[in-house]
Design a protein around this ligand. Structure first.
Ligand code: PLP
Length: 390
């Protein structure tokens, strides 16, 4: 269990939660604990509760306390990847015959996990347009035996950048007795805190903005409910997909600067999105910070800023999108997102290749930008030379 410190500001919590100096030496940065096991003072005599590394580790505890303080939850669990966190959550909550309602543009790996790994174990899934609240209510049910067990939301969604009203979906999920899960990877807790808007569980791929430097893979769950936390903690311990000490340390180090990074990501993405609008060859720019984005007002209400992710569709179709994706120099063509360096992604063949041919397939004329924190002018010049080749 972890204590939140709701009275201090985000950046103060990011830097101090779980990061008390080490009492023996005064080391300002808590030491990195690699030990897999802990000496006992007599049989069962644990010091500070530490026994074995799969169960607990002080470096992982520091990260978990930091995550809980930033998402505003009482419990946080750190995993070896985002998908490991999702798998543990679903195993803790679902039994054969249970149904998960998720966005029809959910992260491809989430859909693959739910449909192809957990499907054969009896977990059902139902993709729906989460921004269409009537469709969500129809899919979730109203509390009868056939209602969904989990409602799974990503907002902004990936890569279509749809914005969904978190509080409204929380109401629908709770009316049906379902657990409401928000994957907050795209926004990060600096931009939005779903628990405060009614979510029961927040999921993260900490690989992305939370780690922030593209040098560590990890995942996390944050929640308030003690009983659910007990179940998740049991699965985490019994299965063991925990984050290792070095990964936990790197994630903590990245997380301390999340606030300043997200401000800069948002500044750069806004400039780039505005520059892209109306360029020859550009069909549409999907960025919630643009005033004519259908989710702009909602995003302005439930997010602090609009974030660093921008998707672009090209009038020239697949060949234009591929050409731009392969022509940038500062934007590196690569999977993933949320690092300080700008990345370019062609989702239908890269991040979302796993949903090709399904109803979650992504438009072939779309590229997704993870706008980094370089100088915006340089990023725009790079996009200009790539797009002018069309
Ligand atoms: C990357 C990602 C995941 C999966 O996380 P991993 O750390 O790659 O396992 C889940 N959801 C979203 C939105 C992601 O971008």
């Amino acid at each position: 269990m972890t204590e939140q410190q709701p009275t201090t500001g985000f950046n103060t919590r990011a830097i101090h939660a779980g990061q008390a100096f080490e009492p023996r030496t005064g080391a300002v940065v808590p030491p990195l604990h690699f030990s897999s096991t802990y000496a006992q003072d007599g049989i069962g005599g644990l010091r500070e509760g530490y026994e074995y590394g799969r169960g607990t580790n002080p470096t992982r505890d520091s990260l978990q306390e930091q995550l809980a303080a930033l998402e505003g939850g009482r419990h946080a669990f750190s995993f070896s990847s985002g998908l490991a966190a999702e798998d543990a959550l679903i195993r803790a909550l679902c039994r054969p015959g249970d149904r998960i309602v998720l966005g029809n543009d959910a992260y491809g790996g989430t859909y693959r996990l739910i449909s192809r790994v957990l499907g054969p174990w009896g977990i059902e899934n139902q993709p729906v347009d989460m921004s269409d609240l009537e469709a969500v209510r129809a899919a979730v049910g109203t509390g009868g035996a056939d209602s969904a067990r989990i409602v799974w939301l990503e907002t902004p969604s990936n890569p279509l950048m749809k914005i969904t009203d978190i509080a409204a979906v929380a109401q629908i999920a709770h009316d049906a007795g379902a657990v409401f899960v928000v994957d907050n990877t795209f926004a990060s807790p600096y931009l939005q805190t779903p628990l405060a808007l009614g979510a029961d569980v927040v999921v993260h791929s900490t690989t992305k903005y939370i780690g922030g430097h593209s040098d560590v893979v990890g995942g996390a769950l944050v929640l308030d409910d003690d009983e659910m936390a007990g179940k998740i903690g049991f699965v985490q311990y019994a299965v063991g997909a925990v984050s290792g000490p070095m990964d936990a340390f790197l994630t903590t180090r990245g997380l301390k600067t999340l606030g300043v990074r997200m401000e800069r990501h948002s500044d750069n993405a806004q400039q780039i999105a505005e520059w892209l609008v109306g360029r020859p060859g550009v069909e549409s720019v999907l960025y919630p910070g643009l005033p004519d984005h259908p989710g702009h007002e909602l995003a302005a209400r439930q997010m602090r800023r609009f974030g660093g992710m921008v998707s672009v569709q090209f009038t020239g179709g697949e060949s234009s999108a591929r050409k731009v994706a392969e022509s940038t120099e500062l934007f590196t063509l690569a999977e993933s997102l949320g690092g300080i360096e700008s990345l370019m992604n062609y989702p239908s063949e890269m991040t979302h290749a796993s949903v090709k041919g399904t109803e979650l397939a992504v438009p072939v004329n779309l590229v997704r930008l993870s706008v980094g924190i370089e100088d915006a002018d340089d990023l725009i010049a790079d996009l200009d030379q790539a797009i002018s080749r069309l």
